[in-house]
Design a protein around this ligand. Structure first.
Ligand SMILES: [Zn+2]
Ligand SMILES: [Zn+2]
Ligand SMILES: [Zn+2]
Length: 332
């Protein structure tokens, strides 16, 4: 195949899949050097509260104490946003500029074991990480000023993690980011035109086509998107049509956690343990009835390099790894 411009079915944006350098996929898979594992002694998350972190909002197992917790959900020690006090911040004009106070919630989930990243956790705990954020999400959305909640993991220093100990984050903000709006609008447009969810259509196509499938179970499916922006991008989707992460039933959440674990295991093994980010895309909190066309999902992005000039100048990504090849390497 020669290089190809491909359109993102949801956002409508374009990407370039460049396949001129045949050896690129394998080179990418070898980019990473051995990970530096920080020592357990001196780790601020071994005893989070002793190290100045706030008291947990809740823990798993429920009711566990200082010595037997497995997962803590707690506020971030260094939040970029201040906590709302049940009131929305007013919008100001500063010359031609618009500002408002950065109110929001910034939380963490810390898992107990220093050496167990998401894919190493027992499935019950991996599910509880997602469930913990679901529970926290449902607490935060009672704050009527919050519009969007982003849930993600930064794994490794180049992916933005400042602490080695595995942890997961959520940031709740009073605005819907433009990037999310574009996807929501794209999903809405597709639904109006085809009377079908764009993600359900992709899932059906990918399962039938098989080339980019990495894994599936009863509840979830993992594949490399046809229009992957970056090398070895991976998507994890619940098979059933759920618009809202926070309303997903436990069975589907567990199947999705298992799929995410499988995907991350393959990324770690076949790409030589890269730094990565994974994040959840879900429908915004407000006007719920308007977003039933959306289908929440998880995206995994191995962190290969910083964004270059052309990408910065155009937002158009050049991906040097054909998603078909990426899936083939990741399946091993
Ligand atoms: Zn630790
Ligand atoms: Zn759907
Ligand atoms: Zn997405």
């Amino acid at each position: 195949m020669s290089s190809e411009l491909r359109q993102d079915l949801v956002s409508g944006d374009w990407i370039i899949v460049s396949t001129n350098r045949k050896d690129r996929p394998r080179q990418f898979a070898k980019i990473f050097k051995k990970r530096k594992v920080s020592a357990k002694s001196g780790c601020p998350f071994e005893d989070p509260q002793k190290n100045g972190n706030p008291e947990p909002i809740f823990v798993y197992p429920k009711g566990a104490g200082k010595n037997d917790w497995k997962i803590q959900i707690l506020g971030n020690k260094y939040p970029a946003l201040s906590r709302p006090v049940n009131t929305c911040a007013p919008v100001f004009k500063n010359g031609p500029y618009t500002t408002t106070e950065a109110l929001g919630y910034q939380d963490l989930a810390i898992t107990r074991d220093h050496h167990k990243n998401f894919s190493d956790l027992p499935l019950i705990e991996a599910t509880q990480v997602l469930k913990g954020f679901q529970e926290r999400y449902n607490m935060i959305l009672k704050d009527s000023c919050i519009s969007y909640i982003s849930i993600f993991q930064n794994w490794g220093p180049t992916a933005g993690a400042s602490v080695y100990h595995p942890h997961y984050q959520s940031i709740a903000i009073p605005v819907v980011p433009l990037h999310i709006k574009i996807s929501i609008n794209g999903s809405d447009r597709f639904y109006k035109e085809h009377k079908k969810c764009v993600y359900c259509v992709m899932i059906e196509h990918e399962i039938k086509n098989k080339r980019r499938i990495i894994y599936e179970n009863e509840e979830a499916v993992v594949f490399t998107p046809f229009f992957s922006e970056s090398p070895f991008e991976v998507r994890v989707l619940p098979k059933k049509h759920f618009s809202y992460f926070e309303d997903t039933p436990e069975k589907a959440l567990k199947g999705t956690a298992a799929a995410l674990q499988y995907a991350l295991k393959k990324v770690t093994k076949n790409l030589n343990d890269p730094d990565y980010n994974f994040f959840i895309h879900t429908a915004p909190i407000k006007n719920k009835e308007k977003h039933t066309h959306y289908h929440w999902h998880i995206e995994i992005r191995p962190k290969f390099f910083n964004i270059a000039g052309f990408e910065l100048g155009t937002n158009l990504e050049i991906n040097e790894v054909d998603p078909d090849k990426a899936a083939k390497i990741l399946r091993k």
